[in-house]
Design a protein around this ligand. Sequence first.
Ligand code: AMP
Ligand code: MG
Length: 407
Amino acid sequence: MIPLAEAQQYVLSKCTPLGAQDMPSFDALGLITAEPIESTEHIPPFDNTAVDGYAVIAADTTDAPVTLTVAGSIAAGEGPDVEVTPGTAVRIMTGAPMPPGADAVVMVENTEQPDRDPSEPEKVRIVQGVGPGTAVRRAGEDMQPDQTVFESGTLLQPGHIGVLATLGITSIKAHRRPVVGVISTGDELVEGPQPLAPGQIRDSNRHTLLALVTQAGCEAVDLGLIRDDEDAVEAALRSGAASCDALITSGGVSMGDFDFVKMVLKRIADMRWMQIAIKPAKPMAFGTLDGTPIFGLPGNPVSSMVSFELFARPGLRLMRGLAIEDAHRPRVMGTADEALRRGPDGKTHFARVEVRWQDGQAFFRSAGGQGSHQLSAMAAAQGLAVLPDGPGVDAGDQAELLLLHGW
Ligand code: AMP
Ligand code: MG
C-alpha cells in the first residue's frame, strides 16, 4: 500500500490545465480566467449620489438648519445640466450625476419642505449639515482605467460576471471546461424500474459520477453501461478517450480482479495500478490513453465516490485551471458528538459523517452504515471524518473533516 499523499501527488502531477479559449462572459460562470481582466474605464464612470436628497455646497449647510432655494432636479440617467450655486440645492436621485458646483448630498430624511407660496421659487430646509464629500460616490472609486481587476487564474463567480458586465467586456479568455466521459461496465448491472433478476443490481455509479463531474464544474458525458465484452469495452474506452478530456470508469481495479476494464486498460493505456492506505477506496488506477487522463475508480459505490473526492475532483479542478491550493475540498477540525470506532489496519479511514455547526464550530456523528456498499450513508454525509490508523475517536475528540457538497 502507498500513502494517500503519494497517490494524490502522482495523479495531480499528470493533470494540467486545458487550453484557453474565447468565451462569452455570460457563459463563463465557474470557468477560470487565462489572462488578467483589465478595466478600461472609471467605475463609477462619473461622480454620483449615494442617496436620494439634495446636492449642495457643504459650506452652505454648516449653520443648519438653513433654507436653500431648489434650482432643479436630476434623476438617475439624466445629465447634470443644472448648476448648484451658493444658496441653492438640486434635488437628486440615487445614482444621478453630481451637478457642477455641488460637493455633497444631504439625504432627503435630513430635509424638510417649508410651507410654500406658489409664486416663490421652491425651497428646502436642511435640518442637518454635511461635510464636503458626504454621500458622493467618486468616479473611479471602484475601478480605474488600466487597473487589473482580477488576475489570470481567477475562478469566475457571480460577482465577477457582474464586473465583466459593468465594464462592457463581452468575451474573455478562459480555460476550457473539461469534457468528462463516464463509463460503467459489468454484466451484473442494469438500469430502470424493472424487477432485478438473480445476481443483478442497478448501475448507480455512473449516475453518481456524472453528477459529481457536473458538480466539479465539468461537462459530464454519459458513455453508457458497457457489457463485459472485451471488444465493447475497448471500443467505448477508445472513442471516449478521443472525444473527451478525461474518462472515469468504476469497478475492476482491485487486486486480482479479472475485469474487462482492467484487461483492456492494461493492454491499450499507460496505467498505474495503486493500492492506497485508505478505507474505503483502497484500489485506484490512473493513467492516460492517447494522452487522455483516465481515472479508474473502485466499483463499490461509496468507494467510487470517495475515490472521486480524493483524486478525480482535484485532478479535474487542476484541468479547469485552478491552482493546486484550490484543488481539494476544504478541511476543518471538528468535534465528535459520539464515538466513531475503527480498528488498526495500516489505513486512514474516511468515515461518512453528518456535520452540525454550532457557534462557528463543527461537530460530527456517523451518517449511517460505514460499509463501502452502503451508499445511503454516503448520500446523507456532509463530510468525511479523517480517522488516522488506530482505535478511532471518542465523543468529544477532535478529528479533521473534509467538507463535501459544495460546488
Ligand atoms: P468490482 O470492483 O468491479 O469488483 O466491483 C466492486 C463492487 O462494486 C461489486 O459489488 C460491483 O457489483 C459493484 N459495482 C461495480 N460497478 C458498479 C456500478 N456501476 N454501480 C453499482 N455498483 C457497482
Ligand atoms: Mg466488476
